[in-house]
Design a protein around this ligand. Structure first.
Ligand code: GLN
Length: 383
């Protein structure tokens, strides 16, 4: 393994899911739903395979049906107008989109600012691109993890190439506000930075929170690479269909990398996801309402068990502080939790450069059936 990747080892998600299986624990670690997405969309994939649509290499940028559906989605939801032929690229999940964007846009030695805690593939992809990661830490403030805008401003140097954003944010559940996004956008314009924004949880927002794509802010459309995927929105994480929207110049750059990573992405699933993006609004509100109820069930259970709980504004993850339990080391706590009570969770610390900042925080996923969450709550009560 080369020196760029040597530090990264096995992803925490694989490690913790294996631990859940070997100990028979309830897996609230890795974020994947335990119920598949709509039957009708699964049927659409089966139909595409049977009808011979996408069984051979689909077009490099993605099938036109999906590119058009993505463009329509961005326009109808956010008023963002993208040309499906030149400004949309289909990828193998958001994961490939992140990798391709960083490989295409970062020169060796460039600095990439990422919100810490960050999704683990960001660090590895910045390293593969030869870039230098500059973390800006989100810190708990009241019931929410917040971004210190002065710290962000101070993190920008002459070497900064781009800001890698993620909202709604995994693992904290923070949804960046209009004011925060406006400040980030103003900084990007002032310092002439690109923004790569991971919006895979765009539809998973609760209560009064609203997802705002940073590309909608003044001066941002031309400098933003927006990434999303079908995994979270449609509960088909195994399909690995993602997409990028950006200017033709940026799309061409990202595609240059994508063509040598996977060349194209799974054909039949693209047709099915095109259909999924056109589901009626009741699908999207139903998903949200279901997850909000699950969030509250787990949040209340964890609070009863003695955790301090940050009730998330978005995503299907919930962050806790374990210090009220008399614990302070999240990694040790998560390693012991399966034996102690048969539940798997993810320690925040693995998503930090400043590990001590994340030490007492532990993430639980709530994208699980109600009875599974009830079982987990019962187990956690015995802690
Ligand atoms: N994004 C999911 C999570 O945060 C896991 C995806 C993965 O295993 N790479 O839990």
């Amino acid at each position: 393994l080369n020196s760029r990747l040597a530090a990264f080892g096995t992803t925490i998600f694989a490690e913790m899911s294996a631990l859940a299986v070997s100990t028979g624990s309830v897996n609230l670690g890795q974020g994947f739903p335990d119920t598949d997405g709509p039957d009708r969309i699964a049927e659409a994939a089966v139909r595409a395979i049977r009808d011979g649509r996408g069984n051979q290499y689909p077009p490099g940028p993605g099938v036109p049906e999906l590119r058009t559906a993505v463009a329509d989605h961005q326009r109808e939801r956010y008023g963002l107008v993208y040309d499906p032929d030149t400004e949309v690229l289909v990828t193998a999940g958001a994961t490939e989109a992140i990798a391709a964007a960083l490989l295409a846009l970062v020169e060796p030695g460039d600095e990439v600012i990422a919100l810490e805690p960050y999704y683990d593939s960001y660090a590895a992809c910045i390293a593969m691109a030869g870039g230098t990661r500059v973390p800006v830490t989100l810190r708990p403030h009241g019931d929410r993890f917040v971004l210190d805008l002065d710290e962000l401003r101070d993190a920008v140097t002459d070497r900064t190439r781009l800001i890698l954003l993620n909202t709604p944010h995994n693992p904290t559940g923070t949804v960046l506000t209009r004011e925060e996004l406006a400040a980030i956008a103003a900084l990007a314009v002032e310092r002439d930075l690109l923004v790569v924004t991971d919006e895979v949880y765009e539809h998973l927002v609760f209560d009064t929170a609203e997802h705002l794509p940073i590309a909608t802010f003044p001066g941002m459309r031309e400098r933003t690479v927006t990434i999303s995927s079908a995994g979270k929105t449609f509960s088909f994480t195994g399909w690995k269909v993602g997409w990028v929207t950006a200017t033709p110049e940026l799309i061409t750059a990202v595609r240059s990398a994508k063509q040598y990573l996977t060349y194209v992405s799974a054909g039949p699933f693209q047709y099915a996801v095109a259909e999924a993006l056109r589901l009626p609004d009741t699908y999207f509100t139903g998903l949200r309402d279901d997850l909000r109820a699950k969030r509250d069930l787990l949040a209340d259970g964890l609070a009863q068990a003695g955790f301090a709980v940050f009730r998330p504004q978005g995503t299907y993850f919930l962050t806790t502080d374990i210090r009220p339990l008399g614990e302070s080391d999240g990694i040790a706590f998560c390693r012991a939790l399966p034996e102690r009570c048969g539940v798997v969770a993810i320690p925040h610390a693995v998503f930090y450069d400043h590990r001590e900042q994340g030490a007492p925080f532990v993430r639980f996923a709530f994208c699980k059936r109600t009875e599974v969450l009830q079982d987990a709550v019962k187990r956690l009560a015995s802690l």
